[in-house]
Design a protein around this ligand. Structure first.
Ligand code: PLP
Length: 433
């Protein structure tokens, strides 16, 4: 493509050796069209592609880069760790310090196990819930994405929503037979599922705020209701905070919801921010449940690179950098960007709906208040694609799908906001066309 020749050349090479030219589907620009941009560097709120074009980044590696790119403290922590060796396959202090930081911030987490991705975290939490309860069924919600765990790909969001896939090929009927998929934000449906399967459901897993069909916050009382219903039946509540953890607030979405309303999940999953850009995930929760994990208990779970010293150094430096002032900045920045986008679209006559969960937000290209996956799919993906490409041309990098959250960082400053604001009128007009 003429406007990105270096990216196009790299993409052509990639297509010859990597399926679809990418290592994670949404990166391929399939739902917005055009050539994916190959990034070569990033500093603060900006990233630069192979053609030397600079963008204000509203993806932030899909969440981890909460302090901005190449943050000096994170780089220094990583440099120090690298100078000591890359991996030992033994316990190390870094993983203890990261676990302590997570436990300190999120009250329901009494014990935590580190893994290398969000997918591993949800997969392991589900196995643990089944091992602990001796039950096999799991409830999930349509449009919630919990990584590419076979069983949890049933009606998932993110790439599955982007490509409108009902499921994934290769996931057997036997695997999903134990998974009950319900509409998000619908407590009556949850009550009905428990009434139909008393004593059979091991866990309800939910994104603490759904953010993989765009951002769909839980309706007031939804998460609290889930806790009440699951506990009344002896099942567990798993809140997936891979996206929202340490992003929606200092204590993630739970800090805005459970801490206020007085409910607690039994298990929680994390990723993204706790790795600061390197591969880290985690799951944790009640000590009596976590004691069922090997080597203490019978539920097996392991990883060659779990608790890797470089990754935990990056994660710890990132978490330590996430101070109350940073959350205040993220909150104000998310509010400003969201409102600027909504105002520009409204001005151009484009239906839009700004939705937020703490500092996480997205803009739906529809008039409807979006409370579940069916409503999320009423939006105009064509209008989003036109908007996306205009923003890209004017130096703003948005998630290349209408079904993803938008991410600001601590490094998004006035200059970054001005660049976004300047790009908006033309993008809104393109979306209206
Ligand atoms: N859970 C949620 C809520 C996510 O948003 C994601 C990824 O976007 C995952 C799990 C999977 O994490 P990973 O991509 O690190 O495997």
């Amino acid at each position: 493509m003429a406007d990105a020749p270096a990216s196009q050349a790299l993409f052509d090479r990639a297509l010859a050796v990597i399926p679809g030219g990418v290592n994670s589907p949404v990166r391929a620009f399939r739902s917005v069209g055009g050539t994916p941009r190959f990034m070569v560097s990033g500093t603060g709120p900006r990233i630069t592609d192979a053609d030397g074009r600079e963008y204000v980044d509203l993806v932030g590696s899909w969440g981890p880069m909460i302090l901005g790119h190449a943050h000096p403290d994170v780089r220094a922590a990583v440099d120090t760790a690298v100078s000591r060796g890359l991996s030992f396959g033994t316990p190390g202090e870094g993983e203890v310090a990261l676990a302590e930081e997570i436990v300190r911030r999120v009250d329901p987490v009494e014990r935590v196990r580190l893994v290398s991705s969000g997918t591993e975290a949800t997969m392991s939490a589900m196995r643990l819930a089944r091992g602990f309860t001796g039950r096999s069924k799991v409830v999930k919600f349509a449009g919630c994405y919990h990584g590419h765990v076979d069983a949890l790909l049933a009606s998932a969001g993110s790439g599955i929503a982007t490509f409108a896939l009902p499921d994934s090929a290769g996931v057997t009927a036997a695997t999903t037979a134990e998974v009950i998929v319900l509409p998000y934000n619908d407590l009556d449906a949850v009550r009905a599922a428990f009434a139909a399967h008393p004593g059979e459901i091991a866990a309800v897993i939910t994104e603490a705020a759904a953010a993989n069909m765009g951002v769909v916050p839980p309706l007031p009382g939804f998460n609290a209701g889930l806790a009440e219903i699951t506990h009344a039946d002896g099942a567990l509540l798993i809140t997936d905070e891979v996206m929202t953890g340490f992003r929606a607030s200092r204590a993630g979405m739970w800090g805005l919801d459970g801490a206020q309303e007085g409910w607690r999940p039994d298990l929680m999953t994390f990723g993204k921010v706790i790795g600061g850009g390197l591969p880290v995930g985690a799951f944790g929760g009640r000590a009596d449940i976590m004691a069922h994990l090997a080597p203490e208990g019978p539920v097996y779970q392991a990883g060659t690179l779990s608790g890797n010293p470089i990754a935990t150094a990056a994660g710890l430096a990132t978490l330590r950098g996430c101070t109350d002032e940073i959350y205040a900045h993220l909150d104000a920045t998310a509010r400003t960007v969201g409102e600027l986008v909504a105002a520009a679209l409204t001005q151009a006559g484009v239906p839009n709906r700004l939705q937020r969960a703490g500092t996480l937000f997205s803009v739906f290209f529809t008039d409807a208040a979006v409370t579940d996956y069916d409503l999320a799919r009423t939006q105009s993906t064509a209008a989003f694609a036109a908007f996306f490409h205009s923003m890209l041309r004017d130096g703003v990098y948005l998630p290349p799908s209408a079904f993803e959250a938008w991410f600001v960082s601590a490094a998004h400053d006035d200059a970054a906001l001005e660049r976004i604001e300047a790009a908006l009128p033309a993008a809104a007009r393109a979306a209206a066309a």
